[in-house]
Ligand binder design. Sequence first.
Ligand SMILES: Nc1ncnc2c1ncn2[C@@H]1O[C@H](COP(=O)(O)OP(=O)(O)O)[C@@H](O)[C@H]1O
Ligand SMILES: [Mg+2]
Length: 338
Amino acid sequence: MITFKNIEIRYGDFVAVPDLNFEVKEGEFFTLLGPSGCGKTTTLRSLAGFLKPSKGSIEVDGSDITKVPIDERQVGMVFQSYALFPTMSAYDNIAFGLKIEKKSKDYIEKRVLELAKMVDLTPEQLQKNVSNMSGGQQQRVAIARALAKKPKILVMDEPLSNLDAKLRKSLRKDIKNFQQTFGITTVYVTHDQEEALMLSDRIAVFNNGKIEQIGNPEQIYNESATEFVCKFIGEANHLLAKDLKILGLDPTSFQADNTFYIRPEKVSFSRTESNHNGIAGEIVSKEFYGMYGYYQIDVSGTRLVSFQRESKAEQHQIGETVYVSIEKENILSYLTEG
Ligand SMILES: Nc1ncnc2c1ncn2[C@@H]1O[C@H](COP(=O)(O)OP(=O)(O)O)[C@@H](O)[C@H]1O
Ligand SMILES: [Mg+2]
């Protein structure tokens, strides 16, 4: 339902986004993911109407909204900094847009209570001044406010970045829940890979104003289309052709044959040689994380990191010989530039 066609966005002479093309489906949770400065906010602000593209068009449900003013776009926006009215109660913040629209008092009250329930704010909390609320609660107020006028699209720019780790996780779950319950088309911006993987139906990975890959979380993680995506989305062992040979794989049998990666949880090893293609190596370090162990293994000079579930039967010690096995299908291969 949202289509970006050949969008270019400039700040003066500087081209922040050269030529953006993507589609967001009705009801989808779509995330723009990438490092700081790659153009996520710029892209989001052009959708909300704060920035005018210098080229291209943005369509919503088939109609061109590129020149439609902000307040006619039916886009609700949530920012990293809550951007609430600090002297008002949570209730008045949520009701603000509805009052401007001159909705009846009864309607406003019903709607605010409905929204509060949706984002898990109690009627008592609604009466509080927002400056006396925690960051997590303020962000709930901001989300309710963004949804008050029943927008077609919800956009959120790093809404969890100012919260501590625990709050971030609980609000993240709630965002996912209400988005699934209400099915509102959502465009979400984050630089946090885990957040993107956990929340999204699909992710667009940005690098330098361009999209490197669009896909669902599994595709982005397991079938990273470029070396940039592979490295950005999670940890991976970097291997060269010589390392692959050591591991019993033929580097020329891959699509691209000069740089390779494998994710740590895809490197499996065992004390016994029963594994058909196990290659002997030595455990050189171990960190224990409760649910899993994080190992470094040396295989004839090639270093591999591996996550492995701990069990009573398989507990490994430094210096121990283990047999490493790697499935060819789990190797990601790329051509390095230059
Ligand atoms: N108001 C502005 N004036 C000039 N350059 C800007 C402005 N806002 C952002 N930029 C530049 O545009 C690029 C993209 O920025 P931004 O969209 O904020 O990235 P992100 O949100 O991914 O961190 C960056 O190089 C940034 O420095
Ligand atoms: Mg940003």
